[in-house]
Design a protein around this ligand. Structure first.
Ligand code: BG6
Length: 496
């Protein structure tokens, strides 16, 4: 067995991490626009005004501003997403490079604030609509199928302030209005949609093993927010199908696999519960259309009482996704025992796995885990699957010959593609693979440019200096061969 003939090979990005032009052509501010740069050691910060004073708080994906705060830009801070890699003005050049690599698909997201600058306007911003139309047309020119994430970690700042990060049911209508505009506007240009990027990140961050001290109020907010997002996602799926029966809409889960550290049955149970809380809960609701039995245990543990109506339940049942898509970077190890050697990194948690190597940013490289994840999730959901993010964040150096020899990235990707092939062998209906950050971009976790994932190097550093010139790395030529051979030719390094 090997990959399907029409397998969707490609790469993935997100608007706020590549576009730049954060205030151009009518775009409003999104939460990412008030997020500073961080580093391996220092967290990114949200900057805001509270009682007239400029303040900062660590930016955790899915977390909002404190009550009563309004987002603000601090003139003394650096905001890497404001210019990012300026895809806004380089999209033609970048898409051409993807096409030359042989991309069949390109995953990108739409900045909600280009379409609805504040989020609650009646009419969309025409300039924003025009920009994505041009981008999609450019993709189509090369027969590249856009794979579009409707919301990728960038809520409009105004809505986030007004409705305190999805704690109000009104957010559902705001999101559905936005999604409807996209479905109508890009009919015939886009076929594949994803509703929310890594929807489970809210729970992952909370459940990160006491990394963040959390109280019942925080859990109440997280579960309620997720419920509104589930309803918004289900409504969008239903609407998409009504607008165009060819639309294929997926969820997007941060796919982290958990292993028990020991054969202690308590470790086994804790591992299962961890998977349920941080990964399965979201996938189950979006794929099966109802809350799983174990939800009650999760809610009771944190005294959560959901605002959930009969109508909501009906919508969840009617709006199940057409495909299961996920990001895959690492696995974690769970134990009920005391451990000295702990894993660290934004979603990395628990004990260190002695069998795996960790990246400079503390993420465990585990291709076998990808095979396992694909097999288990396919068995659970019986839906077509797509790996929509995977890759190695690493520092790249330009060699004396002026090139970037990123054999570490090639090795990482080759081993994951091999793992996917084994899962396909076992019968998994895998329809696509988009590596993360196919062109270097701003890291979501740290805001660094030096944490690079791309096949294409972009000359820009952590302080925003650089010419923005694009340059293919060795992995560029390698991936071109991979696509050309439909995943058969993984091993040789093809330099040009
Ligand atoms: C995923 C996100 O969690 O991981 C991306 O969907 C992100 O937006 C990617 O960029 C890699 O994480 P990081 O922190 O290395 O950029």
């Amino acid at each position: 067995m090997s990959f399907k003939k029409d397998f969707l090979w490609g790469g993935a990005t997100a608007a706020n991490q590549i576009e730049g032009a954060y205030d151009k052509d009518g775009k409003g501010l999104s939460v990412t626009d008030i997020t500073t740069a961080g580093s391996l050691k220092a967290p990114r910060m949200l900057t805001y005004k509270l009682n007239g004073k400029l303040e900062k708080t660590p930016a955790v994906p899915g977390a909002g501003l404190p009550d009563g705060a309004t987002g603000a830009i601090d003139p003394d801070s650096y905001y890497p997403n404001h210019e990012a890699i300026d895809f806004y003005h380089h999209y033609k050049e970048d898409i051409k490079m993807f096409a030359d690599m042989g991309f069949k698909t390109f995953r990108l997201s739409i900045a909600w604030t280009r379409i609805f600058p504040k989020g609650d306007e009646e009419k969309p911003n025409q300039a924003g609509l025009d920009f994505y139309r041009k981008v999609f047309k450019e993709c189509k020119k090369y027969n590249i199928e856009p794979l579009v994430t409707i919301s990728h970690y960038e809520d409009p700042l105004y809505l986030s302030e007004k409705y305190h990060d999805w704690s109000d049911r009104k957010m559902i209508d705001m999101y559905v209005k936005y999604a409807k505009v996209l479905f109508e506007e890009y009919k015939g240009l886009v076929k594949y949609w994803l509703t929310f990027n890594e929807i489970n990140s809210t729970l992952l961050m909370l459940g990160a093993f006491g990394k963040h001290v959390t109280d019942d109020k925080t859990f109440q907010h997280a579960y309620q927010k997720l419920h509104y997002q589930f309803v918004a996602s289900a409504k969008a799926v239903k609407l998409a199908h009504e607008i165009d029966s060819n639309y294929i809409v997926g969820n997007m889960i941060c796919g982290i696999l958990d292993y028990p550290l020991t054969p202690d049955p308590e470790d086994m149970l804790a591992t299962r519960h961890q998977m349920e809380e941080t990964v399965l809960y979201c996938g189950d609701v979006q794929c099966k259309g109802k809350y799983p039995t174990y939800s009650k245990r999760l809610w009771d543990a944190h005294n959560v009482h959901l605002d959930i109506t009969e109508e909501d339940k009906k919508i969840l049942a009617e709006g199940t996704v057409d495909m299961y898509t996920f990001s895959y970077y690492m696995s974690n190890v769970i134990t009920t025992h005391e451990v000295k050697d702990k894993a660290s990194g934004n979603f990395a948690a628990g004990a260190k796995n002695p069998y795996l190597k960790y990246s400079e940013w503390g993420w465990a490289t585990d291709p076998t885990g990808l095979q396992y994840y694909l097999e288990v999730m396919y068995d659970r959901y019986d839906l077509p699957m797509m790996v929509v993010e995977n890759g190695l964040g690493a520092v790249d150096k330009i060699s004396d010959d002026g090139k970037i020899h990123d054999d570490y990235r090639i090795d990482y990707l080759a081993r994951h593609i091999e793992a996917m092939r084994k899962a396909v062998d076992d019968g998994v209906d895998l329809i696509g693979y988009t590596t993360w950050g196919c062109i270097d971009c701003v890291s979501a976790g740290t805001g660094q440019m030096s944490k690079r994932y791309g096949f294409i190097y972009v000359d820009r550093d952590d302080e925003g200096k650089g010419s923005l010139k694009r340059m293919p790395k060795d992995s560029y030529y390698w991936y071109k061969k991979v696509i050309d051979s439909n995943g058969e030719d993984l091993n040789e390094l093809h330099r040009e």
